[in-house]
Design a protein around this ligand. Structure first.
Ligand SMILES: [Fe+2]
Ligand SMILES: [Fe+2]
Length: 250
């Protein structure tokens, strides 16, 4: 028998709704912020929609959701988007212009809105700043930072395996970076550095990834571990590039 969705508060008005996905040996996390205009960040997989909906229903009437933020176009970020839009009549899908133009404008049953880089979505008492983070895992990605609670919703950055707890303070930086590299490969270093710089500048109090626990505490080790991935790419490039340079020179 599969698990239901688990619901936990990770910051003021901010909840992690999670289902465990056995093929990935990790959780798939959605986040709900309760405010005048409730927002859901990521929908989870379509096959777990009913479980996610039941989890949301523990916190609010889910038909009242006003915004659904799609952090990039993949099944765990938006597989259940249409099921949610069909039941929540006032919910608008929000995503990067890249996501909207390439995928959501066609795939979503209700017209999505593309958000601008740096735009702040006013929810009432919370404000969500949209930060483009392209080519970090996904080419169309954004990271979202709640300016009130300083929770950063980072999708596939800072992921961890396992069922895990909802919110942890222990250092999982090396494990997280290794898992990221194993699953997604090393992103282009300039894009990765830019995304990490933008997240670090926002001084998050909580990192809320799409898989694993939300993270609290100091994040220096996480930034360092992920920046090392970019350094690793430079080394790999020089090793791989050397023979072809010699070949073309010869
Ligand atoms: Fe993803
Ligand atoms: Fe993901």
């Amino acid at each position: 028998m599969r698990d239901r969705a688990f619901v936990s508060e990770i910051a003021a008005d901010t909840y992690r709704i999670t289902t465990y996905h056995e093929p990935w040996r990790s959780t798939v996390n959605q986040y709900l912020i309760l405010d005048e205009e409730p927002v859901l960040i990521s929908t989870g997989l379509r096959e777990r929609f009913e479980d996610t909906w039941a989890g949301l229903a523990q916190l609010l009437d889910p038909t009242k959701i006003r915004h659904v933020v799609v952090l990039h176009y993949e099944a765990d970020e938006c597989g259940a988007l249409n099921e949610i839009l069909l039941r929540a009549p006032n919910a608008t899908p929000l995503a990067s212009m890249r996501t909207v133009v390439s995928s959501l404008a066609d795939a979503a049953v209700r017209s999505p809105r593309g958000v601008g880089d740096g735009e702040v979505l006013d929810l009432g008492t919370h404000g969500l700043r949209m930060l483009e983070a392209p080519y970090v895992h996904a080419w169309d990605g954004i990271v979202v930072v709640d300016e009130r609670t300083r929770v950063a919703f980072t999708a596939d950055l800072f992921i961890q395996p396992g069922r895990g707890e909802a919110l942890v303070r222990d250092d999982r930086a090396a494990l997280s970076a290794e898992l990221y590299r194993t699953f997604y490969g090393v992103p282009p270093d300039s894009y990765l550095h830019r995304a990490l710089d933008r997240i670090e500048t926002a001084q998050p109090a909580v990192l809320a990834p799409g898989h694993g626990a939300a993270l609290a505490g100091a994040f220096t080790a996480y930034y360092r571990a992920y920046r090392a991935l970019a350094g690793e790419q430079r080394v790999t490039r020089s090793v791989v590039g050397a023979p072809s340079l010699r070949t073309s020179a010869g």
